[in-house]
Design a protein around this ligand. Structure first.
Ligand code: CUA
Length: 451
């Protein structure tokens, strides 16, 4: 009897959990309602089987329980019953799978009018490319990939010159317009998934796969990589902003074409030297850093990283958090740089300064820190020199006290939480591997020992 009651409780509990659970689909934001329907159908079919099989089991436990003197009858074959069971199972399986085939047929046939956009995945971030005014994407090849050409566009292809490059993990799309995303990976398997769109698709190195959908409501949605692609897989996130057409067009206009990025002049160190006078007051004449003034070392740091941070400060994506006291001091300094050219120039000047390792000030257990650094190494490199393609700045030889402050800031949501800080959130996610201040000191102590 107890077993029969347990079985009935299992059924009631499962049904209640299914209908009352708060863990269910996020409200849908695309045309793929049919996917939800097929999943609901699967729940109905499997739910019906689950309930009837368990009820039958409970019935048998009671009906055929042990009684003194009664014997079971051996009946190995029952043709009629087998026909019934085979028939029921067939109907159930067909009901469950056939509708999915119709949805799949739609899924692999994007509408003719769908706008073509490219999403490029790499360990561990996203980039996007829109065809320019000619409506055609230029050809690409891994051989062309470089710091100046991260998409690997073919410089000789005229179709690629007006392609609009979005070098950040945030993409905007117009609401109500079907879009066909061409998916390309430049290293390993990734997967493009926005839970609210339901549809998702793998990115396969060497292939161009695709996914299509029509965003049906405006909003900001998380873009997740749904394929285990290395240590920072969980931090490979982006944003899809769905908005009205005019807002989308304005956003798109704010991004450079391939021709514009390739024509961008390199920074002019001579023009940057007078601009650096403001910086030198705190960071030192050779940008060697000054702990007393909370100014980190800048010399020897990657140019793209310095430029990105200066822009973040200038645009209010950094140095605005109320607890970021030193960042707040830096923000008005960055504002003295008039435009992108001025930023490029001052960074070019910093790159001409001698790169002497900063004095080490942090005490910690380097041996313990070494174990943690295995994760950092994936992006920042074995020597901590920084790697452009993984958006990782140089760490070794930089001001160690500054690394400690920044790791704490990332961990406590002081840095990397601003919606316009497009690359900070990844580091904020990674910083959660550091349980406490001691772990941070140990890690930085190890970074100090790198060669
Ligand atoms: Cu890319 Cu997981």
């Amino acid at each position: 009897m107890a077993v029969a009651i347990a079985l009935v409780l299992l059924i009631v509990g499962s049904i209640l959990f299914h209908f009352l659970s708060p863990w269910y689909f996020t409200p849908i934001a695309s045309n793929w309602g049919a996917m939800d329907d097929t999943i609901s159908l699967t729940f109905w079919v499997t739910g019906f089987v689950f309930v009837s099989v368990n009820l039958f089991l409970a019935y048998c436990v009671i009906r055929y329980r042990h009684r003194k003197g009664s014997r079971a009858k051996y009946e190995p074959e029952n043709k009629k019953l087998e026909w019934w069971l085979t028939g029921f199972t067939t109907v159930g399986v067909v009901a469950m799978l056939a509708p999915g085939l119709f949805v799949w047929a739609k899924f692999v046939h994007p509408p003719q009018e769908a706008a073509v956009v490219e999403a490029v995945g790499a360990q561990w971030h996203w980039r996007f490319r829109f065809p320019g005014s000619d409506g055609k994407l230029g050809t690409v090849d891994a051989r062309h990939v470089s710091e100046k050409n991260p998409f690997g566009l073919n410089p000789a292809d005229p179709n690629g010159q007006d392609d609009v490059l979005v070098s950040s993990p945030e993409v905007h799309l117009p609401v109500g317009k079907p879009v066909k995303l061409l998916l390309r990976s430049i290293d390993v398997l990734h997967d493009f998934a926005v839970p609210q769109f339901r549809a998702k698709m793998d990115l396969v190195p060497g292939l161009v796969t695709f996914i299509w959908f029509t965003p049906t409501r405006t909003g900001k949605f998380d873009l997740l990589c749904n394929e285990l692609c290395g240590v920072a897989h969980y931090a490979m996130r982006g944003k899809v902003v769905v908005e009205e057409e005019p807002a989308f067009q304005a956003w798109l206009k704010g991004h450079p074409t391939f021709a514009q990025t390739s024509a961008r002049p390199a920074g002019d160190a001579a023009a940057g030297q007078p601009l650096f006078a403001v910086c030198a007051a705190c960071h030192g004449l050779e940008a060697q850093g000054n702990a007393a003034l909370n100014a980190p070392k800048l010399s020897g740091q990657e140019a793209w990283y310095l430029q990105r941070q200066l822009k973040n400060y200038k645009q209010g994506a950094r140095g605005v958090h109320e607890k970021d006291v030193f960042g707040q001091m830096m923000a008005p300094m960055a504002a003295t740089l008039g435009d992108d050219a001025a930023i490029a120039n001052v960074v070019a000047y910093i790159n001409t300064l001698p790169d002497q390792p900063a004095p080490t000030t942090v005490k910690g257990n380097a041996k313990t820190g070494q174990k943690t650094y295995v994760t950092c190494e994936a992006c920042h490199g074995p020597g901590g020199r920084g790697i452009y393609s993984t958006n990782a700045p140089g760490l070794h030889g930089m001001s160690d006290w500054y690394l400690v402050t920044q790791l704490k800031n990332f961990k406590h949501g002081i840095r990397g939480a601003h919606p316009n800080d497009l690359y900070g959130p990844q580091m904020a996610l990674i910083s959660t591997i550091l349980p406490d201040d001691q772990a941070i000191n140990d890690l930085v102590a190890y970074i100090n020992t790198l060669k």
